[in-house]
Design a protein around this ligand. Structure first.
Ligand code: NDP
Length: 330
């Protein structure tokens, strides 16, 4: 085992969060029960906020950033895991209150770990990452609500060319839904068509405030944008339809009315990935294992070294990353 290894650490400088690379040793890691050698992490919007300092994600410092990780158990004081197990963690406060995945090694609580589903490599597990697992949580909650039917009506995905959006488009199309992608990047239309989108709308058509009850169009929707976009999507959802809201790439406000809910019975289904119970996580990963086309996953993913995280963080917060980025921590 390496004596020291590089980690990306957030610390406060003049009261503001600042990311820097530091050399750590095993003795620096938290005293949790399972030591994992990390193969890869990923880049999510929240990682971008944490590293760029544009959002206050770390609630204590110093904090090893990275909300996701995949790797191999090296030592375990818990009966739940043993050396050699292939595991992943999504969320559970990593990079917020607990040290995360931008590090060669990490010590973690046993209950945060999940066995990597059969058939996923470390790289594929992190290509999915929190963004992809959240897309699957959204698909599952919409299907459980029962408003969408494959082949009947359009399902909208906003922020479609981003991480959550790309996986949502691919999953929904694989399940037989007719997927409309909302994107601000027309140059991604071919990419999104290859993932399964059959129609497109310009995201600008959703960022202007519209009326409270617009023409009914969406049987269901996955929204990673929030703000006026989400208010418009709710106003355009068909009678009895549902919207899974998971993101705030366009803003954290929700400037709408209750009218779609009380006159059309439209449901706003909130989706959280960070503290989701293990039963929902396993169901989401089962959806991914069964329905996520691996060629699509490869097409939406690039692998980057740890050293590029500061640049990549600015790119994702500016909405310039297409699909998913895997971070090779080795
Ligand atoms: P990405 O940056 O990969 O995707 C976000 C996409 O949103 C962009 O690619 C862009 O898509 C669109 N977008 C960006 N800025 C704006 C804007 N100002 N107005 C309208 N659209 C915009 O991020 P992720 O996919 O990783 O995350 C998406 C969102 O979901 C984030 O807000 C993130 O915090 C949230 N999230 C929440 C989780 C939860 O547990 N609830 C878990 C995971 C993510 P395009 O270019 O196609 O228009």
């Amino acid at each position: 085992m390496s004596e020291t290894f590089t980690a990306l650490v957030i610390d406060l400088v003049d009261g503001k969060p600042k990311a820097e690379f530091r050399n750590l040793g095993l003795a620096d890691l938290p005293d949790h029960d399972v030591l994992v050698e990390i193969a890869c992490s990923g880049l999510n919007y929240k990682d971008g906020l944490a590293i760029s300092g544009k959002g206050r994600i770390a609630r204590r410092t110093p904090m090893v950033a990275g909300i996701d990780l995949a790797g191999t158990v090296v030592e375990s004081r818990s009966p739940l895991w043993k050396a050699g197990d292939r595991v992943l963690v999504n969320g559970f406060g990593l990079s917020e209150t607990e040290w995360g995945g931008y590090s060669r090694f990490q010590r973690l609580k046993p209950e945060w770990l999940m066995a990597i589903p059969d058939g996923f490599s470390f790289e594929e597990a992190m290509a999915v990452g929190t963004a992809g697992y959240t897309a699957a949580l959204c698909v599952n909650v919409l299907e459980a609500w029962g408003a969408m039917k494959p082949g009947a009506g359009e399902v909208l995905v906003t922020g479609a060319a981003g991480g959550v959006g790309s996986v949502a488009v691919s999953l929904l199309a694989a399940k037989g839904y007719s997927v409309t992608a909302s994107t601000g990047r027309p140059e991604t239309h071919d990419y999104l068509r290859d993932l399964g989108a059959s129609a497109f709308i310009d995201r600008a058509s959703l960022t202007e405030k519209g009326g409270p009850l617009q023409k009914e169009r969406w049987a269901g929707a996955v929204d990673s944008v929030g703000s006026i976009t989400l208010a418009n999507v709710l106003s355009q959802t068909v009678y009895g339809g549902a919207v899974a809201a998971c993101g705030l790439a366009g803003g954290a406000d929700l400037p709408g009315t209750v009218l779609p809910h009380i006159l059309r019975g439209v449901a706003l289904l909130g989706v959280d990935s960070v503290m989701a119970p293990m039963v929902k996580r396993k169901a989401a990963w089962a959806t991914l294992a069964e329905h996520l086309n691996r060629d699509h996953l490869a097409a939406m993913t690039r692998v980057e070294p740890l050293s590029r995280l500061p640049e990549l963080a600015n790119e994702i917060v500016a909405g310039q990353v297409r699909g998913r980025v895997v971070i090779d921590v080795a």
